[in-house]
Design a binder for this molecule. Structure first.
Ligand code: DLZ
Length: 199
């Protein structure tokens, strides 16, 4: 029987004409890394070209909404002026190499056109204070606002978990667990593809 949870049987969408932005937080790096790898694996498997996957990092999840917003508007400006500004010039650090988290100062890939979808990845683990609740709610609202304000699909790759074990079980780290990053990659391709159809 089909599982109740999850996005259902995935359809194949052609990602070969898509440009996808990824902004990830660096907090909880050991969980972020496999999520990022899972996301990228599905983007590439869907035909998205490596050169069309632009990756930025920010310190923590709190910074995700502003970074997604700036990344989107920078790519819009870039697509109309066609200068050679690198992604790293916008937010301080970037890479297109997802095998490692980005190194500050490393030049980013040129932002040569607008994004068809942006994926925001963060891992919030509940602590002993109310910090988790405030950040989780604000970031969720912030990301939705960026998505609706820009009209660019913004994939919600924010894990909000109670402990590290829950995080590992959603990042494909615990044995037999599913990597949610894969779903985010597929969702970005589907929404990016449909966005072109809806334009
Ligand atoms: C400060 C903080 C804490 C306590 N926990 C997390 C977390 O679990 N996940 C995450 O992505 N970020 C965390 N941060 C950092 C904040 O998101 C933010 O980067 C800082 O408060 C600076 O604005």
């Amino acid at each position: 029987m089909a599982s109740l949870k999850g996005p259902g049987e995935p359809q194949q969408y052609d990602g070969s004409a898509l440009r996808i932005g990824i902004v990830h937080a660096r907090w909880n790096t050991t969980i972020i890394e496999p999520l990022l790898a899972g996301t990228k694996a599905k983007l590439l498997a869907s035909g998205v070209k490596e050169s069309n996957i632009i990756v930025q990092s920010v310190p923590g999840s709190w910074e995700l909404p502003i970074a997604c917003s700036k990344l989107f508007s920078a790519s819009q400006i870039q697509s109309t002026t066609s200068s050679s500004l690198g992604a790293g010039d916008l937010l301080g650090s970037s890479t297109t190499d997802l095998t490692t988290l980005d190194a500050p100062g490393k030049p980013g890939a040129a932002l040569s056109g607008p994004f068809d979808a942006i994926i925001a990845i963060g891992v919030l683990i509940k602590g002993e204070t109310m910090h988790f609740e405030y950040i989780a709610e604000s970031v969720s609202h912030g990301l939705m606002r960026v998505q609706l304000d820009t009209g660019c699909p913004l994939i919600f790759g924010l894990l909000t978990v109670l402990d590290e074990e829950q995080a590992k079980a959603r990042a494909g780290v615990s044995s037999g667990s599913h990597n949610h990053g894969e779903d985010w990659g597929l969702a970005a391709v589907e929404l990016g593809f449909k966005r072109k159809e809806w334009a």
